[in-house]
Every structure is written in C-alpha cells, then in structure tokens.
Design a protein around this ligand. Structure first.
Ligand code: ATP
Ligand code: MG
Ligand code: FE
Length: 342
C-alpha cells in the first residue's frame, strides 16, 4: 500500500510517499525559515498561506521521485495536530479532499506520534516497547511507548520546550532565528570549563524538565561578564552542556524506572550532535540500545507522517474517518492502542 503523508503543522511543508512493503519511496520539504526570519518567529497567517502554495507542487515532486501517479495512492495521512490551526487546516483540507477524490482512506496523524515513530524509518528500526525522548520546538516529552498508539507520558517540560530554550538563548546571544542549530555550532568553539550552568530538576525525583531558568542563567552570565572574544561561545557551550546533561540524567532515570532496554530520540533538538553522542554513551553504560532518525527526519517532515499513516492504516485505524478536524492542543495519551502490523 502506498501512503501519501502531508505535514503542515508549523513552518515546514513536508510531503512523502511511504510504501508498506518497500518503505520510504520519496520525500520533499519546503521550510519557511526565510519567510519568518525577519519577524523573529513564526507568523501563523503567513505560514498558512505559504503551505497553500507549496503542497501541490511538493505532491507532484514526490510522485515524480517515486515514478508514481496520483491514482497509485492508496491512502492519505496528514497531520491533524497539535500545531497552528490555520497551518494544520491546509494539510487537512487538501489531504481529505485528495483522499475523497481518489476514493481512498484518509488518516489523521498526531504530529508527536510522527516524531516518535520517525526512528522506524531507519535500519535497524527499534521494536516496541521503548522510551522516547521527544525534544522539539514546542515539546519536551519523555514517553513510555508500549506499542502503536499506546503512549504514557512520563515527564514533560514545566516551562519552555527544549527547542524553545535553544532558540531563546540563541536570540539573546544575537544568533538570529531559529537559533538552535547556530547555538550548537558556536558551542563547538566554546570552552566547557569556563562556566558551569545548573542541571535543572535533576536533584529531585521525577521525570519533568524545566529550561527557562537556564535561559535566564545565560542572560545573567552575559550581563555580568566583561565582553571578550569567546564569551558568547563559552556561554553557548555551558548552556548546551547543561541541557544535554539534564536530558541524559532524565533518560537514564526513565530507563531504570521502567526497565525498558531501548531509547529513541526525536524532534528537532534530536539533531543536536552532542546530545546524540552523550545519549549513546549513556545507553552503552546502561545496556540499552539508542535509536535516532537521520538528522533531516528529526525536524518536521512528511516521511514520519506517511509512516505513521501506513502503520495506523495497517492496524485498522478507521476511527478518524469523516469530517475535517484539527486540534491546536492534543495530548499523546488521548490516542488508543492499536495492534502493530506484522
Ligand atoms: P513541535 O514538534 O513541538 O510542534 P516544531 O515542529 O516546530 O515543534 P521541530 O521542527 O521538530 O519543532 O524542531 C525545531 C526545533 O529544533 C527548533 O527549536 C530548533 O532550534 C531546534 N534544533 C534544530 N537543530 C538543532 C540543533 N542542532 N541543536 C539544538 N536545537 C536544534
Ligand atoms: Mg519547524
Ligand atoms: Fe515537530
């Protein structure tokens, strides 16, 4: 079965074709980063309008890549939330219309389920159950993934999401928008010995996170230290080390309390090289296997939505047939368990 995936929850338009036997056949992405950069953040109305312009050309592109026709599509999966309502509606309306015209099923996909399943696009793919660290622009979640649709949130951020903390700290270091990747690059030149930032909420039990204090810590350090050539890089390094270390501690704790032997990391911050390295080292020490999607599938993409749609379809997900419906807010725990297709 050939499943088309459409992602349009925020500032990336992503389309992909996933075949249930042959795997991923094609994917294409348009990022609106340049469109929003001069506003210093995503402007929802501009995002919606741009998605409208991009979806059909990207559809033609993935069909061309896969050497397929529209008529070959057996189902359409689209992101139904959480995200920006206007942006979501574009993918949902086009996805459902296309499915209706082709007389094939449409599958509404939870964006974070997409992130969570993205490592299954790789070889070797993790088997259920596993612990998922989902760290993106809007979310920081530790999830016990028992099976497809069977998710228990073990911990989350009480304030800023991980990616948001990277972006805000990057902004105060004048690194532009979105600053996460730029901050990570600058941190490579930083001296890890110069500043030591706190590891928030690691000295007490529990799996929740808090990142807004680190951003404040970065600001205070910047203000109180006389300017020198390496100050920004050293702050970037101290910030990154603190975030990475905190995540390593929480992931180790999650593996220990649940007894799970597999860990996956996904979402935009999962592209962070130091995080990937440190979590792999922790996994080795704990006897747990660690999985990541390739870097380009850590951030938003259509491939993860097509994959989630294909798995849901094979598991008989028909619960969301019907009208166009999207949700700005939607917790993973609202989903219900489905049998994993063989
Ligand atoms: P959500 O998935 O919660 O709705 P989103 O889709 O906007 O949010 P993603 O596209 O998954 O988020 O990730 C974008 C975030 O990842 C941004 O905050 C960006 O700064 C961050 N990011 C990307 N690459 C890196 C990196 N190498 N290091 C740190 N952060 C990064
Ligand atoms: Mg994005
Ligand atoms: Fe995302």
């Amino acid at each position: 079965q050939l499943v088309l995936g459409i992602e349009s929850s925020c500032d990336e338009t992503g389309l992909a074709l996933y075949h249930s036997q042959k795997g991923l056949l094609a994917h294409a992405l348009h990022s609106q980063v340049d469109l929003h950069a001069r506003h210093g953040g995503v402007v929802p109305e501009l995002a919606s309008r741009d998605h409208i312009k991009r979806v059909l050309p990207l559809l033609n592109e993935v069909l061309h890549q896969a050497g397929a026709q529209r008529q070959d599509i057996d189902a359409v999966a689209y992101t139904a939330g959480p995200g920006l309502v206007g942006a979501l509606l574009v993918g949902a309306a086009i996805g459902r219309s296309l499915a209706w015209a082709l007389q094939v099923p449409a599958v509404a996909v939870h964006h974070m389920e997409g992130h969570l399943l993205a490592p299954l696009l790789e070889d070797p793919a993790p088997e259920f159950p596993f612990i998922a660290l989902l760290v993106s622009g809007g979310h920081t979640l530790l999830v016990d993934v028992k099976g497809l649709g069977d998710y228990q949130v073990l911990g989350e951020s009480l304030d800023d999401a991980a990616g948001e903390a990277f972006d805000k700290t990057a902004k105060l270091l004048h690194l532009g928008y979105p600053g996460g990747p730029a901050l990570a690059r600058l941190a490579q030149q930083g001296n890890p010995q110069r500043f030591r930032f706190p590891r928030p909420m690691t000295d007490r039990p529990g799996l929740d996170f808090s990142f807004s204090g680190l951003k404040t810590h970065a600001l205070t350090t910047l203000r109180e230290t006389p300017e020198d050539a390496t100050l920004a890089a050293d702050i970037a390094r101290a910030f990154e080390d603190a975030v990475v270390d905190t995540m390593v501690i929480k992931c180790r704790r999650a593996l220990r309390v649940t007894g799970r032997k597999r860990l996956i990391i996904s979402g935009g911050v999962g592209a962070n090289q130091r995080l990937r390295e440190q979590l792999s080292l922790m996994g080795q020490a704990e006897g747990a296997a660690v999985f990541y999607p390739r870097i380009q599938f850590c951030t938003d993409n259509g491939a993860m939505i097509a994959l989630a749609g294909a798995l849901r379809l094979a598991a008989g997900d028909t619960e969301n047939a019907g009208h166009i419906d999207v949700r700005a807010r939607w917790t993973l725990e609202d989903l219900s368990a489905l049998p994993m297709p063989a």
